[in-house]
Design a protein around this ligand. Structure first.
Ligand code: GAL
Length: 668
C-alpha cells in the first residue's frame, strides 16, 4: 500500500488510453434511476446527438442495488449497460459505496462517522460511512464483488470508478482503534510516539496505547503532531478502502483501468500517494464562473492532475455545464465559457471531458445543479452548447489524444506540509497554504510559463527551474533533493516559511534547516514577522504582503531586494546565492510575476508566446498551440507563420482573431 510518491505506472497496466481508444471521452454522470425508464431511449438519442461516448453509472446506487441486506437488484442496471452498449456508449461503472443504504446505518450505527465533537453523521445526505468500520468495509466489498462479477466482462464497461470523492473523517471509537494500529505501525513503541509528538509539552505523555484517541473536542490547542498524524491516518484509511475495492474489480477485469475521482486541491487526501495507486487520475473541477481568476484556478488543478498522472493524460471526471448548487450564490456560465474551459482542460492534458451530470435532476439536493441537459431540455442554450463541444472534441481527438504537455518549471507541493502548516497554533492564521500556492502558480500562468507540480522528493532533474511557494515541513530526503538540485545548477526559487519543521513537525534548529540556510546564504533567521490584514512591507521595487522575516545574510549572499522602513529596514527581502533564491515575503502579483519571469529567463525557460493580449492563455500540447481568450472582448493574437485552426478549419497566417471567450487550436 505504501507506494512512494511519483511512482510511474507499472508496465502493462491498463490506462486511460484503454478507455479512450484514440477518442476524447465526452459525457458525464448519468443517474437514470432518478427518471422513469421511458426517458432512457430519449436520453440515448440526445447523447448520440451530442457526441456523448461515455457515461458514469451507479455512483450513488447502493440502495437501489441492495434495497435490503443481501438483496440484489441488478435488472435495471443490466438493461442500462446493454442499452449503452447497443448505442456504442462506454460505461464508467462506479462502485456505489459512497452512499450506503439507510438500512446499514440503522442496523449498524457504528458504520456512521463521528465528528470531532462526537456528533454522528446520519444518513439522509451522502458519504455517511466510517472508513474504519469493519462492517462498512465488509458490506462495501460484498456489493463491489457482485457488481464486478456481473459486469466485469460486459462489453460496455470501459473503466471502474471507485466510490466518489473520498473525503470523510471519523473521530469515533472504531476509528480510534484503527488510529492506534496505524500509530503502532508508524512508531513501533510508545516511547517513539511520545518523542515524535513532543508530549513532554503540557504533560501529554502516553503510558498505554489505549489512552490515545483521535483529536477530539478539547479545551485548548491540540497537539500538532497528533493532528498531523490523524490527517495522515485519515488519508491512508480512505486509500485502504479505495484499494480494497480496486483489488476486487481488478480481479474480475484486469484489463479495465480503475480510477477514483479527486476533488480539486482537496486538503484531506495525499493525492500523490493516491494517484500512484490508480490506473487513471481523474478530478472534478468547478471554478466559479464569476471569479476573474477562475481560469487560473482551473489551470492549476489541471497542471496538478496531469502531474499526478506522471505527466500523461488525465480525466476531467466532472465539471458543470452551467451553475453548481453549493455556492452561496450560484451563477450560470455565460455563453462560450463551458466550451472555453473544456478546451482548457484538453490543452492541459485531459483526454476526457465529462460532467456532473447528464440531465439536471428535478428532485433531491442538487435539483438546481446544471446538467448537460438542463431544465430547459433539448432547446436550451446549455444543450446546444454541449452539442458544439462534443463535435469539436471529436475533431480534436485524432490530433491530441495521448499527447503530452511540455513544462519546464516544477512547482513543489506536499500535503504533509499543508497539513502541518495549518495547525491552529501557527504563526499566522492568515497564512493560507492553498492561497500562497495559487499566488505563485498565478504568477507563472500569467507569464505563459507552463508548469508541472512535483512532490519535494521527486526527481527534479528534468526541470530547468523549480519553485517552492511554501513548504513549511520538509523531510531530510526532500532537503537533500532540493539542495542537490540547486548545487547541480538548477534554478530554485523558494518562498517564506520553508524548511521550518521536520517530518514530526518539530522546528528545525535555527528556525529553518541549516542546509537550506546555507543554500540561500542566510546566516541567521532571527524572527518571523507575519503581517496583519492590509499591512504591507515596502521593499526595493515592490510591495510585500502577508509575511516578512528578520534575516541576516551570510557573506556570499546577494541581496536582491531589501525591506525599506519599519522594523526590518535594510534587511533582505529577496536573497540569492548562486542559482538559489529565497523570498521572505509574498510580493504583490505583478512583482512576483516579474521576479519569477526573470528567474525563468535566467534558467532558459521561455514563455509559450511573447506579447499576448491580456486574458489570453497559450498552451502547447503535442504539436498544437491552444489559444484561449478568457476576456470578454475579441482580441488578435500574433502567431508568426502559417497554421491551420483545427476548430474553425481556416488557414491562419501571422495572426488570429479570438472572439469573446473564444479559442483557436493551431496545427502547423
Ligand atoms: C461533486 C460530486 C457530484 C456532485 C457535484 C456537484 O463533488 O462528485 O456527485 O455532487 O459535486 O457539483
Amino acid at each position: 500500500m505504501r507506494t512512494p510518491p511519483g511512482t510511474p505506472p507499472e508496465p502493462g497496466a491498463p490506462g486511460l488510453s484503454d478507455a479512450t481508444r484514440g477518442r476524447i471521452l465526452f459525457g458525464g454522470d448519468y443517474n437514470p434511476e432518478q427518471w422513469p425508464e421511458e426517458t432512457w431511449p430519449e436520453d440515448v438519442r440526445l447523447m448520440k446527438e451530442a457526441g456523448v461516448n461515455s457515461v458514469t453509472l451507479g455512483v450513488f446506487s447502493w440502495a437501489r442495488l441492495e434495497p435490503r441486506p443481501g438483496a440484489r437488484e441488478f435488472g435495471w442496471l443490466d438493461r442500462l449497460m446493454d442499452l449503452m452498449h447497443e448505442h456504442g456508449i462506454g460505461v464508467v461503472l462506479a462502485t456505489p459505496t459512497s452512499s450506503p443504504p439507510p438500512w446499514l446505518g440503522r442496523l449498524h450505527p457504528e458504520t456512521l462517522p463521528r465528528d470531532e465533537d462526537g456528533r454522528t453523521e446520519w444518513w439522509g445526505s451522502r458519504q455517511h460511512f466510517s472508513h474504519s468500520s469493519a462492517v462498512y468495509r465488509r458490506r462495501a466489498a460484498a456489493i463491489t464483488e457482485d457488481l464486478a462479477a456481473r459486469y466485469g466482462a460486459h462489453p460496455a464497461l470501459t473503466m471502474w470508478h471507485i466510490n466518489n470523492e473520498y473525503c470523510t473523517t471519523d473521530h469515533g471509537d472504531e476509528a480510534a482503534g484503527a488510529f492506534r494500529r496505524w500509530l503502532q505501525d508508524r512508531y513501533g513503541t510508545l516511547g517513539a510516539l511520545n518523542t515524535a509528538w513532543g508530549t513532554a509539552c503540557w504533560g501529554q505523555s502516553y503510558d498505554d496505547w489505549h489512552e490515545i484517541v483521535p483529536p477530539r473536542h478539547a479545551h485548548y490547542l491540540k497537539n500538532p503532531t497528533q493532528v498531523l498524524d490523524f490527517r495522515r491516518f485519515t488519508s491512508d484509511m480512505l486509500l485502504e478502502c479505495c484499494a480494497a475495492e480496486r483489488d476486487i474489480v481488478r480481479r474480475h477485469s484486469p484489463a479495465i483501468p480503475v480510477t477514483s475521482n479527486f476533488m480539486p486541491m482537496w486538503v484531506g487526501q495525499d493525492a500523490w500517494r493516491w494517484a500512484a495507486e490508480e490506473d487513471v487520475v481523474s478530478v472534478d473541477l468547478y471554478p466559479d464562473p464569476r471569479d476573474p481568476l477562475g481560469a487560473q484556478y482551473g489551470a492549476l488543478v489541471q497542471d496538478m492532475t496531469r502531474s499526478q498522472a506522471a505527466g500523461g493524460s488525465w480525466m476531467l471526471m466532472e465539471q458543470a455545464a452551467g451553475a453548481v448548487s453549493w455556492r452561496t450564490v450560484n451563477h450560470p456560465k455565460p455563453r462560450g465559457l463551458n466550451r472555453l474551459w473544456s478546451l482548457q482542460a484538453v490543452a492541459r492534458g485531459a483526454d476526457a471531458v465529462c460532467y456532473f451530470q447528464w440531465r439536471a435532476s428535478r428532485q433531491g439536493a442538487e435539483k438546481f445543479h446544471s446538467g448537460m441537459i438542463g431544465h430547459a431540455g433539448e432547446p436550451g442554450r446549455g444543450f446546444q452548447e454541449i452539442k458544439e463541444i462534443g463535435a469539436e472534441l471529436a475533431l480534436l481527438a485524432p490530433h491530441v489524444a495521448g499527447t503530452r504537455v511540455p513544462a519546464g518549471i516544477a512547482i513543489l507541493h506536499d500535503w504533509n506540509s499543508w497539513w502541518a502548516g495549518a495547525h491552529e497554533g501557527a504563526l499566522s492564521a492568515r497564512n493560507d497554504y492553498a492561497e500562497v500556492l495559487r499566488a505563485w502558480h498565478r504568477a507563472l500562468w500569467e507569464a505563459h510559463l507552463t508548469t508541472a507540480f512535483a512532490h519535494p522528493e521527486h526527481d527534479l532533474s528534468g526541470y530547468r527551474m523549480v519553485v517552492v511557494p511554501q513548504l513549511y515541513l520538509l523531510t531530510d530526503r526532500a532537503i537533500e533533493n532540493l539542495t542537490a538540485y540547486a548545487r547541480a545548477g538548477g534554478t530554485l526559487v523558494c518562498g517564506f516559511l520553508t524548511g521550518v519543521a521536520d517530518e514530526d513537525d518539530r522546528v528545525r534548529p535555527g528556525g529553518m534547516d541549516e542546509r537550506l540556510r546555507d543554500l540561500f546564504g542566510i546566516r541567521t533567521l532571527h524572527e518571523w514577522w507575519p503581517l496583519d490584514p492590509g499591512e504591507t512591507a515596502v521593499c526595493d521595487g515592490f510591495t510585500g504582503t502577508l509575511w516578512s522575516e528578520e534575516i541576516e545574510p551570510g557573506p556570499d549572499a546577494v541581496v536582491e531586494a531589501r525591506y525599506r522602513g519599519g522594523e526590518l529596514d535594510g534587511l533582505p527581502a529577496v536573497l540569492r546565492r548562486g542559482t538559489a533564491r529565497y523570498l521572505s515575503t509574498l510580493p504583490e502579483p505583478p512583482a512576483l510575476r516579474a521576479l519569477l519571469t526573470g528567474a525563468a529567463e535566467q534558467a532558459g525557460v521561455r514563455p509559450v508566446l511573447d506579447e499576448l493580449p491580456d486574458g489570453v492563455e497559450a498552451v502547447r500540447r503535442g504539436g498544437l498551440l491552444f489559444l484561449l481568450n478568457h476576456g470578454r472582448d475579441p482580441v488578435t493574437v500574433e502567431v508568426p507563420g502559417s497554421h491551420r485552426d483545427l476548430l474553425g478549419g481556416a488557414n491562419v497566417r501571422d495572426r488570429v482573431r479570438l472572439e469573446r471567450l473564444g479559442a483557436a487550436v493551431l496545427a502547423p
